[in-house]
Design a protein around this ligand. Sequence first.
Ligand code: SF4
Ligand code: SF4
Length: 368
Amino acid sequence: MSKVIISDTQNNEISEIIKNIFKVFGVENKVKNKKVLVKPNILGPFPPERGVTTDPRVISAIVQELKKCKSKEIIVGDNSGSIHFDPFKIAKITGILDASDGCHSNIARKVLKVKVESKFIDELFISRIVKEADYVINVPKFKTHSLTTITGAIKNMFGIIPGGKKAKLHTFSRSIKGFAELLVDIYQIRIPDLNIMDAIIGMEGVGPTNGETRVINKIISSDNGISLDSVMTAMMGLKPDIIELLQVAKERNLGETDISNITIDGELKVISGFKTPNNSILQRIRKTMVPHIFNLASVKPIVNHDKCKICKKCIEVCPVSAMNLTNKFPEVDRKKCISCFCCDEHCPYGAIILPSWSQDLYNRLKGK
Ligand code: SF4
Ligand code: SF4
């Protein structure tokens, strides 16, 4: 039976929680004299209070515990969403550079081509350290995701792919089901040995970048990422079996998604009134659609001119060149847009609006 620990950060020191997680999962013997990769979520240049990236206090506690365990080499690193972001600048802004205590590295510098068991792609470039590390600690964030509904342990491993190549992958698998399959394909390139989820300040609503922060005060851990994501989903008030990512992982026997079959150490409490992405009903409908119907039925982003600073990140990151600068501000070309929401994910100013399906329909009728 897989095991998930839900630890309370309100009444316990983060360092003590990490120490206990290491003890329960027998980490010390596995990392002594070994090369360890700590893989946080460093999506972009967001300060910790935005709730977008992994809390640096969790990274700091993990690094210090690994040092106590006498790991031979500790590397803290992630590939942010875009090649246009400077990795060290991002690590500094997110607080992860200082928290890493000399162990942070730009893991995009050395890459490796790997074969992938996937119906969408045959091979892929990933950060070389992912394959070189003896032990991988995945440190995702408790957040929603406008496209995949949740972003957790499985989705965090998407970050083993350097920068801009990630956005391009959306063009290979345009349905929710297809993208979930691709994400699980990538997760399987290197299944993490341990997952420690930062759920201190989570994100609800239209995550993973521009949702609202939600104080949860938890750290959730497991040696199985699928069980961990299932517990997170249940805490959000959703059933794991409606999440495509978890369905795909379950079909491949990668982990348990049935909460009653998971040993939970701690209290699994549904977070009252937790807001999930506003298009989750549409996602359930469209998950079986063929790509062109799916595209017609999907909502399209809108740029909020009051917030937009014309930084052009959304234009750079769009995998199908659907964002263009027209009349000063970026505007989406509805026919080209594949609703991957990478533009929303990478807008530093929260200027992308993802309308509800009814609002999007209204916009269409108005010719917007
Ligand atoms: S919408 Fe966001 S990412 Fe795009 S130009 Fe405006 S501020 Fe930059
Ligand atoms: S405009 Fe935004 S949602 Fe549409 S394809 Fe481009 S990045 Fe994806």
